[in-house]
Ligand binder design. Structure first.
Ligand code: SF4
Length: 224
């Protein structure tokens, strides 16, 4: 164990702190984390921890979610430049204006949004449970879905709903082009193609499997 890791571990014990790290983070960050997982797994871990301080190595909205779920804890974000283009594409003030123009509509939010947007929402879903939860709503429920237009479009097609869709997107998933995919498929004809529903419709129509993080399955505990 190197000196930096030893210092971090000592500090964690002194402060009764826990480090939660997203899979997105660098290996050396994951190495000093107490728990590594996806946003849902990290949120669940944040909700159950008895540590006084949660150091959250992830993007803003994930750290905000940790705070919402465990409001008495101090939640620290080590890098304030770690934002999410999808969350940033839906500002709470704009959503409030949109809601005012659409009385009678429920706001359904994908968890990848700011705390301020969550506060304006009637229901919050993950990509893993969105179809199930939307199907449980009354068929004539009028819904505004934010912030991911691609995910909302996918849910509409799978459920037969006509939710109004916010024009937001993830800069990563929205970036994939069908031409790139066709090229790779030509180079690897036996490969199966999987995609997240945050990708554009034209991409999803070309893949073998559409899916997201399964509920509570992909997080892994780490020894301190
Ligand atoms: S991958 Fe996309 S949705 Fe996920 S945190 Fe990054 S920008 Fe946001």
């Amino acid at each position: 164990m190197n000196i930096l890791t030893q210092k971090i571990n000592t500090l964690k014990q002194e402060k009764n702190a826990i480090i939660l790290a997203h899979y997105y983070t660098l290996p050396e960050v994951q190495e000093v984390a107490d728990f590594v997982g996806d946003s849902l797994g990290l949120a669940r871990k944040a909700a159950e921890t008895d540590a006084d301080i949660i150091l959250f190595a992830g993007v803003h909205f994930m750290a905000e979610t940790a705070k919402i779920l465990n409001p008495t804890k101090k939640v620290l974000v080590p890098d304030m430049s770690a934002g999410c283009s999808l969350a940033d594409s839906c500002k709470a003030e704009k959503l409030a204006e949109y809601k005012a123009k659409h009385p009678g509509y429920k706001v359904l939010s994908y968890v990848n949004c700011s705390a301020a947007v969550k506060a304006l929402s009637d229901l919050i879903v993950t990509s893993g449970n969105a179809l199930k939860l939307v199907n449980q709503l009354p068929e004539d429920e009028k819904i505004i879905f934010v912030p991911d237009g691609n995910l909302g479009d996918y849910i509409n097609r799978m459920t037969g709903r006509e939710m109004l869709l916010w024009d937001g997107a993830c800069c990563v998933h929205d970036h994939y082009e069908v031409e790139q995919l066709e090229k790779m498929k030509a180079e690897h004809p036996d490969a199966i193609v999987v995609a997240h529903p945050e990708c554009r419709r034209e991409m999803l129509e070309k893949v073998d499997f559409i899916g997201s993080t399964p509920p509570c399955s992909t997080s892994s505990a780490r020894a301190m």
